[in-house]
Design a protein around this ligand. Structure first.
Ligand SMILES: *Cc1c(COP(=O)(O)O)cnc(C)c1O
Length: 665
């Protein structure tokens, strides 16, 4: 495959926009700020940072829609908004996960091309044989694609558990590709892996516990098989950030250096030292600083050459996962980013290992990486719609007919006094009067209508002050919060717990943006609230160039049009870790492949029906219907319901059972 751009983050070809000046409709139609200048798609690009995190797959076209170029720089793109419309016509409801298998292929090509380039550049006397860690995304069609796309590179799989081993054994059909067997193992796991050697697989059993050494020795004796073994080292070099705990002396996994030496001795006693061929380490996922990777490689390279000196038949060095994804596009060592690109990563690994081996006169290993996030994140896009919004109303209530309570008159006065030179003071006055009004209400001195007016006046003051604040270059600290309290809430047809569990659990950031109307100024500032009845079911942190932002810029809803948002880069880990909170099930998913005529839908994987999710908690649909039927019969006999009503209730109930767990509009 003619992949010319392997340096994914540097040398980026600036996305050029075909739109002419003035192509974009002016923003008059769409919102409250009538005197806005027209908004350009370049402004949207900058605002949502799509060139930073989206290159080379996602961009914005002249129509103001997100476009997808699944083959990266190698041509062919499609309009994501139009694709969603077309899929909806095929009865695929939102939320909808769209997978682009070409992106998956492009990621594999890129990773292999980066290592090829590094190997050529440093004249490395060995090869690269990557594996995909199945835990990142176990979905059947994805694993099948991965194996197929990986064939030219002998790309293999990594299993981290017994069920993943079963997937890997059945799926990996590429001759010569490696099957790395990680995770906690029992006798059955180890035997199965060893026996797989007999059918032509190349399973390497990575010993992570001393007990596994003994099980492996016993299994090898029983089966009469000379296994391929590796050891996982607990490095002292630490990963940084959220997943940094995967290394260090007290990490959950791997053998300490004294334990590795013990393992070598036990294998030697059992005459199996020649089976020990691989050293593995994994310092954590999303390693955002290249320095942490370099430190780990240096330490691991030394362990590798020392193992060779101890007489092990060393052939492979497996650097684990950790290759990061730039979720915010900032190219920094911030946890949502990374300060290196894929080529830097490959270069540093190749160069470090080469140097250590040359120095020690040990032959250079086959290099393995277990990059999961970097392979699987980009391939899927989650599309969801906005069901409604909640905004604060800042309209000034009409003056009262009669003389009002003093507190209300004060609030009116405050409102009329707001100017550029006193807005800070006016803000504090408004807060104070509003608080006083609530106290008065609590003591019975203000009626419910008066309290309502007080709150309306307060919000009117805030609205007027915010208009001024927006035009100021410098905003005093105490007014920063104004934007947050004035923010809209957009209700999204999604469960964060199901579709973006890491956003809820560990505040992971994913790029989120509208996929259309990007030629209109997004005048609203919003947080997102999901469908679950859980106050944690919200998204209130968004990617930004500096740090994170609390509010996302969005467009006001139009009464007759759907408003679609996309969540990007969520193709790794999210699907399998999603949970059934409030019984929102798996979303619909489609697999899209580019074709000479545009695109084709390869697979449709329907999301869970209510019957299915209820089944997970042991409810049987027929029993449920039967219970409702009995209740309606009873009510019919007592004359509490008409026959039509009872039929309608049963019909709705049964229809819901076979339907999607999300809302349809
Ligand atoms: C999770 C894991 C990986 C994948 O890590 P990424 O950061 O997603 O590339 C690789 N190897 C092991 C042992 C893991 O546990």
């Amino acid at each position: 495959m003619g992949l010319d751009s392997t340096t994914e983050d540097i040398d980026i070809k600036r996305f050029t926009i075909e739109a002419q000046e003035g192509d974009t409709p002016s923003a008059q139609e769409n919102g409250s700020l009538g005197d806005r200048q027209s908004w350009t798609i370049e402004q949207s690009e900058e605002l949502y940072r799509i060139n930073g995190w989206g290159e080379p797959y996602f961009s914005i076209n002249a129509a103001g829609h997100v476009t997808v170029s699944p083959k990266g720089d190698r041509g062919g793109s499609l309009d994501l908004f139009e694709l969603v419309q077309a899929l909806r016509k095929r009865n695929l409801g939102l939320p909808l996960l769209i997978r682009f298998s070409d992106i998956l292929q492009d990621r594999i090509e890129r990773l292999n091309a980066c290592f090829s380039k590094a190997i050529a550049r440093y004249k490395y006397p060995g090869v690269y044989r990557g594996v995909f860690p199945v835990k990142c995304n176990q979905q059947k069609h994805l694993i099948a694609d991965l194996v197929r796309f990986g064939q030219p590179h002998k790309f293999g799989l990594e299993a981290g558990s017994k069920p993943e081993l079963l997937i890997a054994l059945a799926s990996l059909t590429t001759p010569g590709a490696l099957l790395i067997c990680n995770g906690y193992k029992d006798q059955e796991y180890i035997e199965t892996a060893m026996l797989a050697q007999r059918v032509g697989q190349r399973p390497i059993i990575v010993l992570e516990q001393l007990e596994e050494v003994d099980i492996a020795i016993a299994a090898s004796r029983n089966l009469g098989i000379q296994p391929l073994l590796g050891v996982r080292a607990k490095l002292t070099s630490k990963g940084i950030g959220r997943w940094g705990g995967s290394s260090g002396d007290r990490a959950k996994f791997g053998l300490t250096v004294p334990e590795i030496v013990q393992a070598v001795d036990r294998l030697q006693e059992a005459d199996l030292l020649s089976s020990l061929q691989l050293l593995h380490f994994h310092i954590g996922s999303q390693i955002s600083a290249i320095s942490a990777i370099k430190d780990a490689i240096r330490e691991a390279s030394q362990i590798y050459v020392e193992l060779a000196k101890l007489g092990a038949n060393m052939q492979y060095l497996d650097v684990g996962g950790g290759l990061a994804v730039d979720y915010d596009g900032s190219k920094t060592n911030f946890h949502a980013s990374k300060n290196y690109n894929m080529q830097n990563y490959a270069n540093d690994i190749v160069a470090e290992v080469k140097e250590a081996c040359e120095e020690a006169q040990v032959h250079a290993p086959t290099l393995i990486s277990e990059s999961g996030r970097a392979i699987a994140s980009h391939q899927s896009v989650l599309i969801f719609d906005v069901l409604g919004t909640s905004d604060v109303t800042t309209a000034l209530p009409p003056p009262a007919a009669n003389k009002e309570h003093l507190i209300l008159r004060n609030l009116y006065e405050t409102y009329h006094s707001i100017r550029v030179d006193n807005y800070q003071e006016a803000y504090h006055d408004a807060i104070q009067f509003k608080d006083e009004a609530i106290s008065l209400f609590n003591f019975g001195y203000l009626s419910l209508r008066d309290r309502s007016r007080a709150e309306q006046l307060y919000w009117a003051c805030c609205g007027k002050i915010q208009q001024i604040v927006r035009q100021q270059e410098y905003v005093p600290d105490d007014l920063e919060e104004l934007h947050k309290i004035m923010a809209s809430i957009y209700y999204i047809n999604l469960s964060v717990f199901q579709s973006a569990p890491d956003s809820w659990a560990i505040d992971q950031l994913f790029p989120i943006m509208p996929i259309h109307r990007l030629d209109e100024e997004p005048t609203q500032r919003a947080t997102l609230a999901d469908l679950t009845c859980d106050s944690d079911g919200k998204i209130h942190q968004f990617i930004d160039l500096l740090d994170v932002k609390d509010l996302l810029e969005l467009h006001p809803l139009k009464p007759t049009e759907p408003y679609y948002l996309g969540m990007f880069l969520g193709g790794a880990y999210q699907e399998i870790m999603g949970n059934l909170h409030n019984l929102f099930g798996d979303t619909n998913a489609v697999h899209i492949k580019m074709s000479p005529k545009g695109y084709q839908i390869e697979h449709v994987v329907k999301g869970d029906t209510m019957t299915e999710v209820l089944g997970y908690v042991q409810y049987d649909a027929e029993d449920l219907v039967e219970s409702i039927r009995k209740q309606t019969e009873g009510a019919l006999q007592d004359g509490r319901i008409t026959l039509e009503e009872s039929q309608r209730l049963l019909q709705n109930y049964e229809q819901s059972l076979s339907g999607y767990t999300y809302l349809s509009r």
